[in-house]
Design a protein around this ligand. Structure first.
Ligand code: ADP
Ligand code: MG
Length: 720
């Protein structure tokens, strides 16, 4: 970086503080917008009430305090057309930023102040600083790129533009790692043209094609890394061919079966329900993975209540049918405990062959392994896993990182783990092999109830095959969702809770998220419970569940709620995922706007599990438009996939992409929604390139990809 003109030590440090260390980093800082100097907004044309972007030079700066004691900075801005006032409140630092002579772009709403047009607190892009005249303004084209300037690092958009321009000029033609045939086929411009087009367009029309090419490159790098990772996994895998009999999946409940049938068959024949069409289809996909010599690496997506548990259990039982073991991992200990209880119930009465016991048969053994076990209990479970006398173990992800050894681990199911990144999954698989005496890779099924739009899934879970449960079991009655905004609506909500309880059903009340600590949140939950029990819900039995309670305490409360001893459960979000009490028919969510859309949908999914109409009440008045739209969305749709799309719209994609995307491989220009076609194209190209010969004939592409992974990973992915 230091080789660029005007880039001395100080500038290098400033750039580094913005994460820019190489010329490549610099060239991938893209303009936020452009000013077309041929189509300049005349100051005299500004209309009050409209948003406008105005470019001009600061001619005067004044700072004072308002009567209320707020800092106020007044700036006069001039261009050829006239002058214009900008005021800033509570931004005293603007006085330093906008000294006389600075040229900047002001973006905001035009208001009228005593007959004068002005802008209050606009967005400011400093284009040329007072001392930033090192770049010759006359040489800049008609279109001026505006870079995300960093006030903190003291770099202006103008300086950034200067560095980038110089880098581009000195670099000359850039290497293009994408084969010309691919570019031709997709109608994409070459890399050199794309870099000039985005940074130094001579007309605005050059920007769009340049952007398309750069977006394609972002997707391509991402998809290449995923494809390579996948190929590596396959090449180094020691998979298990599970014995599978597809006929077993078509058995009907109640159909005669005897102890010599497979566990899968006995389980499905003994179950209360027939599989839904979606469950049957997905199980077909899973069992063919299980039967294949490559380890399964599959994502199971299904909306809340779609019946993922039954699918997961069938997969686990397939492993046990082959004489192996299964593990089910939950994100929290509470959920692990709850899974244990429901698994034991679902699998009750099933037996497995065991030579070492009298009669050659013993009950299927399902055990819990969490940090809460006493030393002796824990040791007993560990011994059972090592000897094979424990068939299924339920726990958190510590299951595979502790001193746990399996005799033969066949299938691992991870529940609700959409927060896991690609690397963690790879580690998990290796751990699975290392922990098993059989030294084979267990098959992996990742389940998530958070519907993820297809495009996002391709980025976040691109290394996984995907199965979707797109159907709810029949007989589900939709949940009536209401946002209770008026006092009478709120009192109707509490009346509904009392009515449901009177009819023998139960209710959840979710307390507001409290920022600060779990302890503060718990305190407020305690208070809310007391308040409800003495006011709105007086006379009902109201229980409490929060994150500060000890394990056994929580279990007891859950058991009381399940059995009906408690009418109402006041809870913090600890119940977010997976809790299944079919008699619960109302959920009241206080300060609902504090939760994300996906989380709200999850919470709502706690009801509507039985045969009765269920209700979800949202309380609270959002302080922002975004909050309003979130609650409106929830009222308007019960479909998790629809909500996920809306969520993506509201929040942007940044939040969706896991840890992987936060680093240098950021999708900077790409939008998963707008650029879906390019994502699909990039995936196909990436798969074809990797399938060909693992990029061995594409050294330039490999060099580029190295910029996006750390050394260890590069060694792993690119070793020959
Ligand atoms: P998920 O984990 O996908 O949210 P669950 O596995 O907890 O959903 O299932 C939700 C509810 O639906 C449970 O009460 C379960 O017993 C029931 N269920 C599952 N599969 C079926 C089916 N095929 N027919 C009817 N009910 C089912
Ligand atoms: Mg579940």
């Amino acid at each position: 970086m230091g080789q660029l003109r005007h880039v001395g030590e100080k500038r290098v440090a400033a750039l580094a503080s913005m994460g820019i260390e190489t010329v490549f980093d610099l060239l991938t800082v893209y303009p936020r917008r452009y000013i077309d100097r041929t189509k300049r907004v005349d100051l005299s044309d500004l209309t009050v009430g409209e948003e406008a972007a105005v470019f001009g030079e600061v001619t005067k700066v004044k700072s004072r305090r308002t009567k209320q004691g707020k800092a106020m900075v007044e700036v006069s801005v001039a261009d050829d057309g006239g002058s214009f006032n900008v005021v800033f409140f509570n931004q005293a630092w603007r006085e330093r930023q906008l000294s006389v002579g600075v040229q900047a772009l002001f973006f905001g709403k035009v208001t009228d102040f005593r007959g004068q047009r002005q802008m209050a607190n606009p967005v400011v892009d400093v284009i040329i600083g007072p001392s930033g005249d090192e770049r010759d303004a006359s040489k800049v084209g008609r279109v001026v790129p505006i870079y995300p300037a960093s006030g903190k690092a003291g770099l202006t958009s103008w300086e950034m533009g200067g560095f980038i321009e110089e880098s581009l000029r000195r670099a000359g033609p850039l290497l293009d790692p994408v084969p010309q045939t691919v570019l031709d086929e997709l109608g994409l411009v070459e890399r050199t043209a794309s870099m000039w087009g985005i940074h130094l367009p001579s007309a605005l029309e050059e920007v769009a094609p340049a952007r398309r090419r750069l977006v394609f490159d972002e997707f391509l790098r991402l998809q290449l890394l995923l494809a390579l990772r996948r190929q590596r996994l396959e090449a180094t895998s020691a998979g298990i061919r599970h014995a599978v009999n597809p006929d077993d999946l078509d058995v009907s409940p109640g159909e005669l079966n005897d102890a010599s049938s497979s566990l899968v068959r006995r389980f499905l024949a003994g179950h209360r329900f027939t599989l839904t069409t979606a469950q049957r289809r997905v199980l077909g996909e899973i069992t063919s993975d299980l039967a294949s010599p490559l380890p399964m690496h599959r994502l199971l997506q299904g909306d809340v209540g779609s019946g993922k548990t039954m699918v997961a259990l069938t997969a686990l039982l397939t492993s046990i049918d082959g004489g192996r073991q299964g593990a089910l991992m939950a994100p929290t200990e509470v959920l692990a405990e709850q899974h244990l209880a429901s698994l034991r119930q679902d699998l009750e009465g099933l037996t497995v062959a065991d030579e070492s016991v009298l009669g050659g048969e013993r009950p299927l053994s399902i055990q819990l392994l969490t940090g809460r076990l006493r030393v002796k209990e824990r040791q007993a479970v560990l011994d059972g896993l090592a000897s094979g006398s424990v068939d299924i173990v339920v726990g958190t992800h510590a299951l595979l990182t502790d001193d746990v050894r399996f005799r033969a681990l066949g299938v691992v199911v991870i529940d609700e783990q959409h927060r896991f990144g690609v690397e963690q999954r790879a580690t998990l698989r290796e751990k699975g092999r290392a922990r098993s005496d059989e030294a084979a890779d267990p098959d992996l099924l990742v389940m998530t109830a958070t519907p993820i739009p297809r495009t996002a899934a391709m980025v976040v879970f691109g290394d996984l095959d995907r199965s979707v449960l797109d159907e709810l079991p029949s007989g589900r009655v939709p949940i009536v969702t209401q946002w209770a905004r008026q006092p009478d609506e709120v009192s109707k909500c509490w009346q509904r809770v009392r009515d449901e309880v009177a009819a023998g059903r139960r209710a959840y009340v979710i307390c507001p998220l409290v920022e600060g600590s779990d302890r503060v949140e718990a305190t407020s939950a305690v208070e809310e419970r007391t308040r409800l029990a003495t006011e709105e819900l007086r006379g009902l039995v109201v229980g409490l569940l929060h994150g500060q309670m000890k394990g056994p305490e929580k279990e007891e409360v859950m058991a009381q709620f399940r059995s009906g001893e408690l009418d109402v459960l006041v809870a913090t979000v600890v119940i977010e995922v997976g809790i299944d009490v079919p008699e619960a028919s109302v959920i009241v969510i206080e300060d609902a706007w504090r939760f994300g859309l996906a989380q709200l949908h999850q919470l709502r999914g706690r009801v509507g599990r039985g045969r009765d109409v269920s209700y979800c009440f949202l309380l609270g008045e959002p302080p922002s438009d975004e909050g309003v739209r979130r609650l409106e969305a929830l009222v308007s749709s019960n479909d998790g996939f629809v909500l996920a799309e809306i969520d993506l719209d509201l929040r942007g994609e940044g939040t969706l992409l896991g840890t992987r995307q936060r680093g240098r491989s950021d999708l900077r220009l790409a939008s998963l929604r707008k650029d879906e076609d390019l994502l699909l194209a990039a995936r196909d190209v990436a798969n074809a390139m990797v399938r060909e010969n693992g990029l061995r004939t594409e050294p330039e592409m490999v060099d580029e990809l190295r910029l996006f992974v750390d050394d260890d990973e590069a060694d792993y992915l690119f070793k020959s």
